[in-house]
Write a protein that binds this ligand. Structure first.
Ligand code: ASP
Length: 314
């Protein structure tokens, strides 16, 4: 009998150990219509950058880092990359000025931080994280956000820092960036960063820093990061709606994401977009109604992928 219990304890300990090792990650570099003249070389240039960012997150998660730290690190990498519309390389508004939005959310406690309309914070996602960790607030905007970032010791740069350099200018299809992850501790997190819609009015804020619209994470359900025509993501509360469909209707993450993108967003018009999701069990869903979404994903079962254009599986 004693021996039986010992064996049982051993099996249970082994199972909980392996269960804890589960992690999953997905990232996006924006969605939109694929330029007609997009070359195989451009696609593979994007895939290379997406995989570099993915590897950073993957290694962290494998080594036991929190989902929160992993999504932040991935988004910082993509913000520093001029091929994407976030941080360096961000698009400009109608006045030719870069105004950036970013948000991060911790699914374990529903804490969130965001900044909007910032013009001089080198890495807006770092500022968003500090809003979450070091203030009693969720969203800081404009000059107040900048003053806070300065006070916290973040890098402040001239607005021209965000200009796209020549080599990255050829990539006219660049987009917002985001990352969602499940860590080995069972926690979910989401982070998103953007320069917003090209030619927007100054002062326009998109879905990215609006918690529940472009960014959301809840350990009970899913972590979501969106990209696309932000006004529609705000009006449809896209990220939260995916979580709510899972929580209240028992939909799978794939069913919920498809319901929101194809049955709620698509009929409304706009230029469309997509979402990346990782649910509490590590299931990954990448759903978009455009012809392109830069995306990459990996999990602890050894599955991994990267893609730019729509495939027959999407
Ligand atoms: N969703 C972003 C915004 O509306 C733009 C994008 O994802 O391309 O600001």
């Amino acid at each position: 009998m004693k021996k039986y219990f010992l064996t049982l304890t051993f099996i249970l300990a082994f199972l909980s150990l392996t269960a804890q090792e589960k992690w999953a990650i997905a990232l996006h570099g924006g969605a939109g219509s694929a330029p007609a003249n997009m070359t195989a070389r451009q696609i593979s240039a994007y895939e290379t950058e997406l995989l570099k960012a993915l590897n950073i997150g993957k290694e962290m998660l494998k080594n036991g880092a929190t989902a929160l730290d992993a999504v932040e690190a991935v988004v910082v990498t993509l913000e520093n990359n001029p091929m994407f519309n976030a941080g360096k390389g961000a698009v400009t508004n109608l006045e030719g000025v870069h105004e950036l939005d970013a948000a991060i959310m911790d699914g374990s406690n529903l804490k969130a931080g965001a900044v909007a309309g910032v013009r001089d914070i080198k890495n807006p996602i770092k500022a968003a994280r500090l809003v979450m960790d070091s203030t009693a607030h969720v969203l800081l905007i404009g000059e107040g956000a900048s003053a806070f970032a300065k006070q916290m010791g973040l890098d402040i740069v001239p607005n021209s820092y965000f200009d796209t350099d020549k080599s990255a200018k050829q990539h006219s299809d660049k987009g917002t960036v985001g990352c969602v992850a499940l860590d080995v501790h069972g926690n979910l997190a989401a982070a998103t960063s953007t320069g917003g819609m090209r030619g927007k009015k100054w002062g326009r804020v998109g879905d990215v820093p609006i918690i529940g619209a472009g960014t959301y994470a809840n350990n009970q359900t899913v972590a979501v990061s969106g990209t696309g025509h932000g006004e529609y993501w705000i009006r449809r509360v896209v990220a939260y709606d995916i979580s709510a469909l899972m929580e209240y209707k028992g939909l799978s993450v794939e069913e919920a994401a498809r319901e929101v993108i194809f049955n709620k967003i698509s009929p409304m018009g706009g230029s469309g977009g997509g979402v990346i999701c990782v649910d509490k069990n590590g299931n990954i869903s990448l759903v978009f109604n455009t012809s392109l979404m830069h995306r990459a994903w990996a999990n602890s079962d050894g599955e991994q992928g990267v893609a730019v254009l729509k495939t027959e599986n999407d």
